[in-house]
Design a protein around this ligand. Structure first.
Ligand SMILES: C[S@@+](CC[C@H](N)C(=O)[O-])C[C@H]1O[C@@H](n2cnc3c(N)ncnc32)[C@H](O)[C@@H]1O
Length: 151
């Protein structure tokens, strides 16, 4: 998952079972360093592996046989498809990939709005809809969250 100030990471880490591990990606030392003391205070810092690097590099560096239960994509929209493709290798069948901002406060459904970010999100939504290993539900909460069940 991507990190920012670590709020989502804190929520997910608190819900994980003993022995589980959360890999957090981000390029910003500045933002992520704000979250670390809260992970420590909550007693979950030892479950979180923070990796400062472009997320696509981190994902590609993980040699895993596809045992991840959950992933959360919430970074640069231009890389959403690349992240999701890499996560098809990492998330186990039956696992979930959560993807944020898929409606961008309704702009994605407004065909009058065609800036670069909206086109990237639309392209991702089309990719997910068409992919044979993605079973999707798009929730209209926040600015849109897609749950992909990896088949
Ligand atoms: C919307 S915030 C994530 C919020 C986080 N999921 C939460 O709920 O607390 C987006 C984050 O993506 C990071 N980011 C942007 N481009 C990135 C990239 N190419 N690789 C890794 N992280 C990136 C930004 O630094 C920022 O912290």
């Amino acid at each position: 998952m991507v990190t920012f100030t670590g709020f989502s990471a804190l929520c997910i880490a608190r819900g994980m079972g003993e022995g589980s591990e959360l890999i957090c990606c981000d390029t910003s030392e500045e933002w992520t360093s704000l979250g670390v003391p809260f992970w420590e205070e909550a007693g979950v810092a030892d479950r979180i592996d923070l990796r400062i690097a472009p997320a696509i590099e981190t994902l590609r560096s993980i040699e895993d046989d596809g045992g991840f239960d959950l992933a959360f994509i919430d970074a640069d929209k231009s890389s959403y498809i690349a992240y999701a493709e890499e996560l098809l290798r990492l998330v186990r069948p039956g696992g979930l990939n959560l993807v944020d901002n898929v409606l961008w406060f309704g702009a994605v459904a407004d065909l009058e709005i065609n800036d670069e970010r909206i086109l990237e999100i639309r392209a991702f939504n089309e990719w997910a809809k068409a992919h044979p290993r993605c079973q999707n539900v798009m929730l209209p909460i926040g600015d849109g969250l897609t749950l992909i069940r990896v088949l």
